[in-house]
Design a protein around this ligand. Structure first.
Ligand code: SF4
Length: 376
């Protein structure tokens, strides 16, 4: 089983915190769709077996018109064998989700919407330079619920100036809307973003870890009480609504990334496409795939497994580490973990290592302490 990721590299405007690959000019959208279809055809041999999940990410996939989406689906279904009940997610921004657009999506093979709400409050949306307002955030979800039951929304916490009360209000609104899945990320300041330069110039307050941590703790408490399971550090789902796409990714299943800047993984190698729309389109016009390849060492694969699994509710299986990497790795893991178990950051449950509740917010740092570093 494998997944297909399709990157749609266009956005209406640049959100201040974003460092993903996108262009705010949609002039090349038709040529991009042709190139995506061409890449789908050229790489069809790379997927072993059936496709279980398809994910349209970006950028802003909800900028795709009906005919463009149809062309891409044709490219997928003509070249790949898709299981009978795939999960097909499309990321959408609230300002694109008119009832007409939602109906169009519901009539297509898309069966899961991931809506980039980020906040239900105007102040936060303005600070982040989101293209939608608070009214559109609400209305888009209400309209989407008429046609989709598998809906996820994204929310951002740790925004400068956002009080814990406003964060709680965001969560309450999300719960009132009865969406079955929430992905939530701390606002991070990436270099070369408008947010970074605004903070450096003192125009807005810096992003601080303290409030982010408090809001993360609030979120776990509020959402777990409401019946959500925190099945991965940033992901909360009601039973039956965990993202199949993300879960496959955390379990190291192969996926094919189509489009500029998209990454692929086949179990042993990581590949990534050029992050430039013009170069990507030109290469595909010549029948070339503008890709770079990195062979992952055993250390790299072990480190990735530890990093991704520790963030999930399933934790790291010590048997799996031994099966995949050998006894030496298992012993290394147990040796390094002993210290972290002793100080209460890790727990040991039925042959698996989990971060404790105390260590949860620090999951990535804890995982890093279990990494193996390649010897020169
Ligand atoms: S809509 Fe998404 S991809 Fe586009 S700029 Fe905003 S955060 Fe980045």
């Amino acid at each position: 089983m494998a997944g297909i990721y399709i990157h749609i590299p266009f956005c209406k405007q640049a959100c201040h915190y974003c460092d993903f690959h996108f262009s705010t000019s949609v002039k090349k959208k038709p040529a991009m769709v042709e190139a995506l279809c061409h890449e789908l055809e050229l790489r069809k041999e790379e997927i072993p077996g059936e496709v279980e999940t398809i994910y349209f990410g970006g950028g802003t996939p909800s900028l795709l018109e009906k005919e463009e989406l149809e062309k891409i689906f044709k490219g997928i279904y003509e070249n790949y064998s898709v299981v009978e009940d795939p999960e097909i997610t499309l990321e959408a921004n609230p300002d694109d989700l008119s009832e007409e657009k939602i109906k169009m999506l519901a009539d297509s093979p898309v069966n899961r919407l991931s809506i980039g709400v980020q906040s239900f409050f105007e102040e936060d949306l303005k600070l982040m330079n989101r293209a939608h307002n608070e009214k559109e955030a609400l209305l888009s979800i209400q309209a989407a619920k008429k046609y989709f039951n598998n809906i996820s929304i994204d929310l951002i916490y740790g925004i400068p100036g956002m009080s814990n009360d406003r964060w709680k209000e965001n969560l309450r609104i999300a719960l009132d809307l009865e969406v079955p899945h929430i992905s939530s990320y701390a606002l991070t300041v990436e270099p070369r973003t408008a947010l970074n330069s605004m903070i450096e110039k003192g125009k807005i307050a810096p992003v601080e870890e303290g409030p982010a941590r408090e809001q993360y703790e609030i979120m776990i408490e509020v959402l777990e009480k409401a019946g959500f399971e925190n099945y991965e550090f940033s992901n909360f789902g009601k039973p039956g609504y965990f993202s199949r796409n993300n879960t496959a990714y955390w379990f190291g299943k192969p996926y094919l990334g189509i489009g500029p800047s998209a990454h692929s993984f086949d179990g042993l190698r990581r590949k990534w496409n050029v992050s430039n729309n013009t170069l990507y389109i030109k290469a595909l016009e010549k029948g070339e795939i503008p890709v770079e390849i990195e062979e992952l060492s055993a250390e790299d694969r072990y480190n990735e497994l530890v990093m991704t699994r520790l963030r999930t509710k399933w934790g790291v299986s010590v048997d799996e580490v031994e099966r995949s990497f050998g006894k030496d790795y298992k012993e290394y893991l147990l040796r390094e973990a002993a210290r972290l178990i002793k100080n209460g950051m890790l727990e040991w449950k039925e042959g698996r290592l989990h971060v404790s509740r105390k260590g949860k917010f620090l999951s990535d740092g804890i995982a890093a302490e279990l990494f193996r570093v390649e010897e020169e």
